[in-house]
Design a binder for this molecule. Structure first.
Ligand SMILES: [Zn+2]
Length: 357
């Protein structure tokens, strides 16, 4: 290969020379979108970040298999184990089939990524197309004693797991601290411990996205798809897993626990995380309602500053974002996140990379 690539590994918290498991082949998995709404600037960031990684690895001469999933089932409101499925809710509100919603927003996501010149991944697996693989992995975790069945749902037993494998190695969270800070939420009485998470959920009668399983008619927990699909297409251990920093906990931490519980080994050699696009120090997110869609970004809807509640009268949007990133005030005061707030960058080991000075 031409030259050495150094990767900041979120797991080891340091820069490491990149050594693939099976050079010249590289396996890279990146968490893709949950397709229940239009992509916004926050979605563009991981796509562009890992597009650069993908292109650069290929430039170095590696043969890269890049897997980026589409979440079309199992991602519940507030990223929790209770509540309505985000796609099913959209389908109910618009009187559509859930898969109609997923297809519509997948198509629009692809169109937006094409406009950003982001390459398509090598494989783009859908969670709903891998229910069999997810059920098989849940069964493996049960067989190994790291999960329990309660009223048709299956939960990961974090206390049991933590006795043999430290839980929290990626996010730095400590199990005891988590026990003290996790609230008992209503509707979660089935869990033996409030920190446990769902591997499989029994569907309520009104829940339309459901599949048969050995435990109940239901649907997989949100974290399960990435463990099952990463393993299927890249192996039990692969080179790079990427995603936004907001996914580090609980999503990626849970992925690690699931894979170790099922396969007895760490699933990933290098964990890579991009920082967030922020607005006023807060992550840009659909559920927070503080987002600028890529359509607005592309077609000029947001070009009139007064038309968009998130914009100040500072000129067309692309310049506005750029101006904030490079403003003299930003340079004087040091490093800031793309929306100009320090809060957006604080606490991140990799914050320098999110900033323009
Ligand atoms: Zn994921």
């Amino acid at each position: 290969m031409n030259g050495t690539l150094y990767i900041y590994n979120s797991l080891s918290r340091c820069k490491q020379p990149f050594k693939p498991l099976n050079a010249p082949h590289v396996g890279m998995y990146v968490c893709g979108p949950t397709v229940y709404g239009d992509a916004h600037l926050g979605h563009a960031r991981p796509a562009i970040t890992f597009d650069l990684v993908f292109r650069y690895l290929k430039h170095l001469g590696y043969k890269v298999r890049y897997v980026r999933n589409i979440t079309d089932v199992g991602h519940l409101e507030h990223d929790a184990d209770e509540g309505e499925d985000k796609i099913a809710k959209k389908a109910r509100l618009e009187n559509l089939e859930p898969m109609e919603v997923a297809q519509y927003y997948t198509n629009r996501y692809h169109a937006a990524m094409d406009k950003l010149n982001v390459l398509r991944p090598s494989i783009e697996p859908h969670a709903s197309g891998h229910i069999i693989e997810q059920i098989a992995m849940v069964q493996k975790i049960l067989d190994h004693g790291y999960a329990y069945v309660e009223n048709g749902s299956v939960y990961f037993d974090i206390e049991k797991y933590n006795k043999e494998h430290p839980y929290g190695i990626l996010s730095g969270r400590n199990f005891e601290e988590m026990l003290n800070t996790t609230r008992e939420l209503s509707g979660q009485e089935e869990k033996h411990n409030p920190v446990d998470f769902a591997l499989w959920k029994k569907a309520e009668p009104k829940h339309i996205m459901r599949w048969p399983s050995p435990w109940s008619d239901g649907f997989p927990g949100w974290h399960m798809e990435c463990s099952a699909m990463g393993c299927k297409y890249l192996g039990e251990t692969f080179d790079i897993h990427g995603g936004g920093m907001d996914l580090m906990f609980p999503h990626h931490e849970s992925e690690i626990a699931q894979s170790v519980a099922a396969n007895g080994k760490q699933p990933v050699t290098y964990w890579m995380h991009n920082n967030m696009i922020t607005i006023g120090g807060q992550k840009m997110g659909k559920s927070l309602g503080n987002f600028i869609t890529l359509d607005e970004f592309f077609n000029g809807t947001a070009l009139q500053p007064h038309d968009h509640p998130l914009l100040h009268p500072a000129g067309p949007l692309p310049q506005h974002v750029g101006l904030q990133q490079r403003s003299p005030a930003s340079r004087r005061e040091g490093l800031q996140s793309p929306d100009g707030s320090r809060e957006g960058c604080q606490g991140s080991e990799s914050y320098r990379r999110c900033c323009f000075t």
